[in-house]
Structure formats: C-alpha cells, structure tokens
Design a protein around this ligand. Sequence first.
Ligand code: MN
Ligand code: MN
Ligand code: MN
Length: 277
Amino acid sequence: MLIYDLHCHSHCSDGTLAPADVVARAVEQGVDVLALTDHDTTEGLQEAHNAAQNQPIRLINGIEFSSRWGRHGVHIVGLNLDLSCDELKQAETQQRQARLDRAEQIAERLAHKCNFQNTLAGAREFAGGECVGRPHFAQYLLEQGHVKTINEAFKKYLGSGKVGDVKQLWPEMGDVVDWITASGGVAVLAHPDKYKMTRTKLRALMGDFADLGGQSVELVSGLQVSGVAENLQKLAEPLGLLASCGSDFHRPGQHWQELGGFNPLPAGARPVWELFE
Ligand code: MN
Ligand code: MN
Ligand code: MN
C-alpha cells in the first residue's frame, strides 16, 4: 500500500527545512506521494518538484490557507492545484498582504503605546524572508533589551489582550474554498481535531464546508489518539466528504508530526486521492 502524506511545511512558511530537503526526508521516511502545503504560499513547489524528479516519490501541488468560519480560525488545504491559475496567485498575494497589514498594525501600536521604535524593521530581520509574526517581534524586543525573555515579551506586550495582540482578519472559509476550486484543486478541511470544537460544532463546520464546495477532511493528522480518525469519519462520510491524511510536518525532532509517520486511514474510508488519480 502506498503511503500518502498530503500535508507538510518547508521554510517557505513556518517549517525549518528547504523544500528539497523536505522531499529528501519524505523519501527516506518511505513516503510515496507527498503534498507540500506551506501556509498561504506555493513558492516552494518548484524547488520541491526539481528535487522529486529522479526520486521514487510523486509530488502534489498543495497549499494551506488560513480562513475563518464564524469566530473560528480554520485551515483549508488545497491539493492538486494548477500553479498557473491567476486566482491562486491573487489569493497568495491577498494573504501576504493581510499578514503584512497586521505586522504594520502591531508595529504602530508598539510605537504609539510603548514607544518602541522600528520594531517592524527589527522583526523583519528575525523573520528572514518569511512573513513577520508576533514571535519575530518578541525576538526583537528581547534583542533590544526591552524584555529579558521571549515569554516576558508575550506576557507584557504581545500576548492575548496586550498592546501587540492584533487579530488577523482572514477571509471567509467559502472564499478560500472558491480560490482552491478555481485553481483546479481539491479543498480539504485540515486537522479538525485541533480546533477544540464540540462534536456538534464540528458537524456544523463540516456541513458548511461541504455546502461551500469542500470535498475532503483530514481524518488523520500526524499521530493521534486512537479513535479520533474513526470519530471524524462518522461525521465526514454522511456528508460525502472524502478522507485525507498528512503529518503536518514542520521540523525534524517532532516525532508526532514526522513525514509519513501516522496511522493509515480507517477501514472503509474513501481516500481523497481518488479525485486526482
Ligand atoms: Mn504551521
Ligand atoms: Mn494548520
Ligand atoms: Mn499545517
């Protein structure tokens, strides 16, 4: 049986490995089909394809979009995308801009309310090309001696309810599903178990997701407590949602999110790859 890992990250988003190294590691781990799904960007796919060329692995074009459903943040994976689609490029630009706007707002607030200057430029240094987020601001505040630890930076300035706690306004889940569909891809609801929703809430989320054109749910996301996949299957199957699986790999050393390191789909589940094979 082939091993499909349809969710992982490289340093093009918040992973640590280069796309080529993610592919090499996936090969080592025995993965047969891999989707690289960086947050809101497909930038790493060209390098990943080059790396996969003479290797016993097949690479699927993927992405993981941030979106909102009501007051909840939910992640939607797009699989088997056509990278030449304008809709996809526009979507990536919009998400990048949303992150940028937020970083600017955080910097403005830190300047006006705490008199910390140049934090955006400083945070950007720590981000090293990736999108600037609160951890980068924390590193800069630490470097400047405004705080003694990263923890203190969050406690005083960046954490929940503090000056730098600017909420990111993500697009509606339906818009994200539309982007993926318009780009020839399949929309997959990522790691439903991580949203800490009640079963009733999860059922409503999956129902809406299916109504909006979503086609699949990650029944398996990394190492899970036994029974989780089967429970999700009971919610997803009646809605006609197909099953997906992935590690959500970000970096070596996290055995619960290792490439290919998860249990097979539960018995009877119809896999999402039926749609692109
Ligand atoms: Mn991540
Ligand atoms: Mn996610
Ligand atoms: Mn992820």
